[in-house]
Design a protein around this ligand. Structure first.
Ligand code: OMP
Length: 242
């Protein structure tokens, strides 16, 4: 694999669209770029599993970002169902606790036992959303202390539950890797190329800074999907990274 393709494979494009027509239009524009595709709640709730299967048939790696967060038994069943779609990455909220995260893993394992042809997805947990600021964490969510400490606390719980990694901001990658080891994966949204609008994100870094921090994957939505020319936007990001 070329270095360029290896770099592209670490970019997860957030297909945050209301319908498959718009998502397919982006796929058309990005044709030939071997990036990961992320399907989140907007597209999945509107279009269901059919589009996820379509992405897999097109050969994409797929992160199904449904952020499961419920009682352990329900999360176990949900994780079991989504593993059967054959996706490459799924996630839960670390705030659900160790038992809930371990239950998710059990649901995944049971799906793999039921269908040994499936590959095991990477299972990760969201620590603190990248839209959460220091003030929100302390005053609204009610967790005292620094955001980075709260993130690392959840990352340790995620590791204890047997999951593969966490979603966090690139600002926390170094601390997570120090606490949980280099093999423990970090998936980082909150990516903003220089000059692009932050929107609702608060803990942000540029793509280059994020990879320099040692993150495994960067998640990028609007800087690509709302660009006048999405292909040019992702090509520029790849150029910056190679
Ligand atoms: O789990 C996620 O992917 C996620 C976690 C998080 O803490 N922050 C976050 O932005 N995301 C997702 O990453 C994507 C970021 O999109 P943009 O802000 O448009 O680049 C969205 O699809 C979010 O749902």
């Amino acid at each position: 694999m070329s270095h360029r393709d290896e770099v592209a494979g670490r970019i997860m494009v957030a297909l945050d669209y209301p319908n498959v027509d718009q998502a397919r239009e982006l796929l058309q524009q990005l044709q030939g770029i071997p990036c990961y595709m992320k399907v989140g709640m907007q597209l999945y709730y509107a279009e269901g599993p059919a589009f996820v299967r379509e992405l897999k048939e097109l050969g994409y790696k797929v992160f199904l970002d449904l952020k499961l967060h419920d009682i352990p038994n329900t999360v176990k069943s949900g994780a079991n169902s989504i593993t059967k779609l054959g996706v490459d990455m799924i996630n839960v909220h670390a705030a659900g606790g160790v038992e809930m995260m371990a239950a998710a893993m059990k649901g995944v394992e049971e799906a793999l036992q039921e269908n040994p042809a499936l590959d095991k997805p990477i299972v990760i947990a969201v620590t603190q959303l990248t839209s959460t600021s220091q003030q929100m964490l302390n005053e609204e969510i009610g967790i005292p202390g620094a955001v980075a400490d709260a993130v690392v606390h959840y990352a340790k719980l995620t590791k204890q539950a047997g999951l593969d990694g966490v979603v966090a901001s690139p600002l926390e990658v170094e601390m997570i890797k120090a606490a949980c080891g280099n093999e423990f994966k970090t998936i980082t949204p909150g990516i903003r190329p220089a000059g692009s609008a932050k929107g609702d994100q608060t803990r942000v870094m540029t793509p280059k800074q994020a990879l320099t921090e040692g993150t495994d994957f960067i998640v990028i939505g609007r800087p690509i999907t709302t660009a006048a020319n999405p292909r040019e936007a992702i090509e520029n990001i790849i150029e910056e990274l190679i």
